[in-house]
Design a protein around this ligand. Sequence first.
Ligand code: FES
Length: 205
Amino acid sequence: MDSSLDQQSSAGAPPPASPAAPSAPKVPVKPAGKPPAVVIESTPDPPVNKIRRRIVWASVVGFLTTCFLMFIRFFLPRAIFEPSSTFKIGFPGDYALGVDTKYQQMYRIWVDKTSDRLFVVYARCTHLGCTPDWKPSENKFKCPCHGSGYDSEAINFEGPAPRPMDRAHVELDAEGQIVVDVSKLYKWPKGEKNEFNDPGAYIPL
Ligand code: FES
């Protein structure tokens, strides 16, 4: 009898309550709206990093600039720009008798004036092409390479030079200025025709 009562009571009664679970802490619910602004704090770069960055950028810019210039250079003509072979050197009256060396550096010439003519010597030794020196105290040209000597009119008289130094074409323009053309030279090879008296080899005074 007791066991049946027990069965009835267990069938009609609500199930025994399970032991209470620990409740989670309550989080306060914020009202919906704009999210809070996030503040990120950054520290400034140390100076070493800045310098390194500048060096890298400078290298990159330098490399690109070089490439660009080489690219441009590719389209330019590979020509050698030489000074003109024709030029003016003033009036005959500007020169005293003897050798004038003022255009040696600029045009590689000497202006030589005698009592009856003015001519222009091309300053190139006829041995192997060195530029001789004018020695006013000795009244001669002396080649520093192998010792050839030339008198004041550039006529060879010592050393291995085979002939006098050449003379450039000269003429007067409309104003009376001396015009020199070093692309046309007058020579006096040994045993051959002397061109020093040809028209254009000198200006008569
Ligand atoms: S080049 Fe002038 S003497 Fe030889």
